[in-house]
Design a protein around this ligand. Structure first.
Ligand code: SF4
Length: 119
């Protein structure tokens, strides 16, 4: 199991302000953003094949590929927050590659579980 790094915690901190939002409203915000770089891109480019394991340099290549696809997207935080709130299991969201998205999703769930147990 991959460990989270400062990158994952930083992206998680960015989405915290959106975690009480309506996920479908966030999706609408993303879809209606005229300058989002993925607007005319093939959605398949954000969903790697199921068999991809991202070992070694493959992970670095995938991170760079998604970072280049998303560029300076103005709604990247809403994109990532919406995916987390909708419980998206696959895909690259908010400029985050699928393997990194899985780490962020896991850390968020663990944090939510801890909070529930403490309440
Ligand atoms: S972050 Fe990437 S996938 Fe999300 S809306 Fe922006 S360009 Fe599209």
């Amino acid at each position: 199991m991959r460990r989270p790094t400062s990158f994952h915690f930083q992206r998680l901190a960015e989405v915290c302000g959106y975690l009480d939002d309506d996920p479908w409203a966030l999706q609408s915000t993303v879809e209606n953003e005229p300058s989002r770089p993925c607007r005319d891109a093939d959605p398949e480019r954000f969903f790697p094949p199921d068999s991809t394991r991202f070992l070694g340099d493959d992970l670095l290549v995938e991170r760079e590929r998604i970072a280049n696809l998303c560029g300076d997207c103005p709604v990247r935080t809403q994109c990532l927050a919406g995916a987390l709130l909708r419980g998206e299991a696959y895909g690259s969201w908010g400029g985050v590659s699928q393997p990194d998205y899985h780490i962020i999703r896991r850390v968020l769930r663990e944090d939510q579980d801890r909070r529930q147990e403490a309440a």
